[in-house]
Design a protein around this ligand. Structure first.
Ligand SMILES: [Zn+2]
Length: 504
């Protein structure tokens, strides 16, 4: 089988526990752009949804200068979360593979969005939405710079999280539903929000770095009209959408019953209300957020077509990767050579992210790599004979990331077989299985078979027998309960393998 190592072995790697930082939900203060205000002013026609299209993404893995690690799996999970959360919008994504890599301690943990802007200006690829995965994007889970791209915190990029969908929403023109409250009632944060008395009619906010172009030397303050519960001012207030209700909560909050905030607020007319926690563009916690509104969907589509046409792909492959549960290692998961391990291909997958550990917990990784065919090289510099290894495999292509990882499988590099031996390995059908120690298993008759080897679960030979030219092999009576590997060896070096569960 042809072996194609796209990214090569990424080297033997170890996972260090990440120190959880407390990050703000989002650093974006998206002033309602002139484009969006005009679009909303014309009236939003919900029937205007057009054809499905994809947005091109260029993902950047950012690490420290020296010997730092990239968390490839985390980006796959993040892209899967994005695919899931945009499913109802008609907007899909196509990601340039492989991901870009960038080693820079300074950018990996940057203190302010200006540094992030420098990182993006230096490394952006054209004609795509550029997303940078870093350890600390200026103290936030993420932010979007309209003129440059998105920075995502690794710790906010898991499959269960909504930050990536939220930031891509910003990149496609959506403001927060609480636009204007990001600094409390005033742009400098000097007047905190007060929810027990009527809100002011207007709040001011600082969007210096969040315009359509970067202006470094001028403070830019704008005024937002505060949205009324009655929504009589919904086109002019806050985010300008009339299907996102009033919301003044600009710090992370936890959903109470009915997916609403426990915190009540009071609008300028004295109406008391709670915030809707289902909105992805709000600040409720991740497990409460679930949707974009219809007006938001239409706006994102129109914005992309009008303002970001170079990101749009209209012809694309629609094949989805699913069924990763069918993925199994060939030869029952053990291998005879130190050269390679093969597994069943997953339909429509063009790439496999493979993680190998000596521990079932994967608390440390021995190897992670991406391959473009279902073959994993097993260099003897990393894999030792007689050792048992655990493996999980994430199958994907450039637009389909939801298949996720396979179950954890294991394999053993068997004893006494050097990489110079090119013997073929076939899977052996046997019965019964499980089988009692001292009983016999039935095997297909092959007249060229000479010997029988039994391996224990660690790959060591524990019994050798002559093959008696019949159709059964006796399980040694002294075998303890457990899993064994049965191998029949032919004169020509062919090998037939089965995994046998021995019971007492
Ligand atoms: Zn945001």
């Amino acid at each position: 089988m042809k072996r194609a190592l796209l990214f090569g072995i990424l080297s033997a790697v170890f996972v260090f526990p990440t120190i959880a930082q407390t990050l703000d939900p989002c650093g974006t203060v998206p002033h309602r752009s002139e484009w969006l205000a005009n679009f909303q002013k014309r009236g939003i026609d919900l029937s205007q949804r057009s054809v499905d299209f994809r947005i091109a993404i260029n993902a950047h893995q950012v690490g420290n200068d020296q010997g730092s690690l990239f968390d490839y799996g985390l980006i796959l999970e993040s892209l899967a979360a994005l695919e899931r959360d945009f499913d109802s919008t008609g907007i899909g994504f196509v990601v340039n593979l492989p991901f870009d890599t960038l080693r820079s301690t300074q950018y990996n943990s940057h203190d302010d969005v200006l540094e992030g802007a420098d990182m993006m200006f230096e490394n952006n690829k054209p004609d795509a939405l550029n997303i940078y995965y870093v350890s600390n994007p200026a103290g936030n889970c993420g932010y979007n710079l309209p003129y440059a791209g998105i920075a995502m915190a690794n710790q906010c990029s898991g499959f269960s999280q909504k930050t990536i969908a939220h930031e891509v929403g910003h990149a496609l023109s959506l403001p927060h539903p609480f636009l204007g409250w990001e600094g409390g009632q005033t742009d400098d944060g000097s007047t905190p929000a007060v929810y027990t008395s009527p809100a002011p009619r207007n709040v001011t906010y600082d969007y210096t770095y969040f315009q359509s172009t970067l202006v470094r030397d001028t403070l830019i303050i704008d005024t937002a009209i505060v949205e009324l519960v009655a929504r009589t001012n919904c086109r002019d207030a806050a985010d300008g959408f009339c299907d996102t209700p009033a919301d003044y909560l600009a710090t992370r909050w936890t959903c109470a019953t009915n997916n609403e905030s426990g915190q009540t607020q009071m609008d300028p007319d004295g109406q008391i209300f709670r915030s809707d926690g289902t909105l992805i563009m709000g600040y409720s916690d991740d497990n409460c957020q679930s949707r974009f509104t219809d007006e938001q969907k239409v706006a994102m589509e129109a914005f992309a077509q009008a303002e970001r046409p170079s990101w749009i792909r209209t012809t694309f492959d629609t094949n989805l990767v699913r069924g990763v549960s069918d993925l199994i290692l060939d030869a029952d998961g053990f291998t005879l050579t130190t050269e390679e391990l093969t597994f069943t291909p997953v339909e429509n997958a063009t790439h496999y992210f493979v993680e190998v550990s000596e521990r079932r917990s994967f608390s440390s990784l021995l190897l992670e790599t991406v391959v473009t065919s279902p073959v994993l090289a097993l260099p003897s510099s990393i894999f030792e004979e007689n050792e048992n290894y655990y493996i999980k495999i994430y199958a994907f292509n450039d637009h389909s990331f939801l298949a996720g990882r396979s179950s954890i499988m294991d394999f053993t590099v068997l004893q006494g077989v050097s990489s110079t031996q090119t013997a073929s390995v076939s899977k052996l059908s046997i019965s019964p299985n499980p089988v009692s120690a001292g009983a016999s298993v039935q095997v297909p008759f092959r007249k060229d078979i000479e010997r029988v080897h039994w391996y224990d679960s660690r790959g060591a030979i524990v019994a050798e027998q002559a093959y008696l030219n019949n159709t059964s092999v006796e399980v040694p009576a002294n075998f303890a309960t457990g899993v064994y590997n049965l191998m029949l060896l032919s004169r020509d070096g062919d090998r037939y393998l089965a995994r046998v569960q021995v019971i007492r």
